[in-house]
Design a binder for this molecule. Structure first.
Ligand code: NDP
Length: 261
């Protein structure tokens, strides 16, 4: 299937690791130029160096800061004259209880998961419109619908991101910009491995066994997804082949969601 992504310009937040890096590599493999955004410049450079055959721009920015989106848009404008694709993927898990977490913690995740997407839409969508249209995707989580007990702030802000995605889709489809959200389930990225290693240090259970138990207990498919398996879904949604997909939320979760939506 020709995805017709050659020479498109794609901004991928959280493009220096895990799912974001896999999406960037997937888009680049289809001929799209990529802009990788994250805080750690060194990790950005490593991923950039691993991508060949297309132009790669890195922007080191903390997306919880109010001026970050505008800085990203300015850098993209200077290098490429605008973007055709925006993947709002940067994010991280939380751990707290509602009764003990201070306002500042809610505010941090609101900035990272919601306001970053709001501000990037404001900064990048007008240029997309001028280019004739585009695609904006939000990487939320199955937790937006089916909460995990230890991370109420993550669940809540990801649910807000899904609603934002729907509202943005309604606002932008008239400009030929398709907006959708993806809700992944268990995806084997650095954080999971780091946590598993620290929790099993000195224990009989290996970190691999720890993660396998999580998969067995939750995902009917019995395993984690690889970042590439989720990334491929994003890449498809970016393409004209997904031209009728608008304002939806797609689960890529190995069957974990316990209800239909
Ligand atoms: P990783 O921790 O592997 O990567 C996160 C990326 O986001 C990194 O590039 C990180 O770079 C960047 N990032 C984090 N905070 C900021 C910030 N303040 N400003 C800019 N960039 C930031 O995560 P995953 O690949 O696992 O997750 C990616 C997305 O997928 C997240 O939104 C997550 O919630 C979602 N998701 C993940 C699942 C999983 O099982 N892994 C399941 C469902 C959803 P740096 O730290 O250098 O800034």
């Amino acid at each position: 299937m020709d995805l017709r992504l050659t020479n498109r310009v794609a901004v991928v937040t959280g493009g220096s690791a895990g799912i974001g890096a896999a999406i960037a590599r997937g888009l680049a493999a289809e001929g799209a130029h990529v802009v990788l955004v994250a805080r750690d410049a060194e990790r950005l450079d490593e991923v950039a160096a691993s991508i060949e055959g297309v132009r790669v721009l890195t922007v080191a920015a903390d997306l919880t800061e109010p001026d970050a989106a505008e800085r990203v848009a300015t850098a993209v404008e200077a290098e490429f004259g605008g973007a055709d694709i925006l993947i709002n993927n940067a994010g991280t898990g939380s751990e707290e209880t509602i009764l003990t977490a201070p306002d500042s913690r809610w505010q941090f995740f609101w900035e990272l998961h919601v306001m970053a997407a709001v501000r990037l839409a404001r900064s990048i969508a007008p240029g997309m419109k001028a280019r004739g249209g585009g695609v904006i995707l939000h990487n939320a989580s199955i937790c937006a619908t089916q909460p995990l007990g230890y991370e109420p702030i993550y669940n809540t802000t990801k649910a807000a991101l899904v609603m934002f995605s729907k509202c943005l889709a309604n606002e932008l489809i008239g400009d030929n910009i398709r907006v959708n959200a993806v809700n992944p389930g268990l995806v084997m990225t650095g954080d999971w491995i780091k946590t598993a290693k620290s929790l099993t240090e000195g224990a009989e259970q290996t970190w691999e066994q720890y993660l396998q138990k999580i998969a067995d207990d939750n995902a009917p498919i019995g395993r984690f997804a690889t970042p590439d398996e989720v990334a491929d879904f994003f890449v498809f949604l970016c393409s004209e082949r997904a031209a009728y997909s608008v304002g939806s939320t797609y689960y890529v979760d190995g069957g974990w969601l316990k209800v239909t939506t």
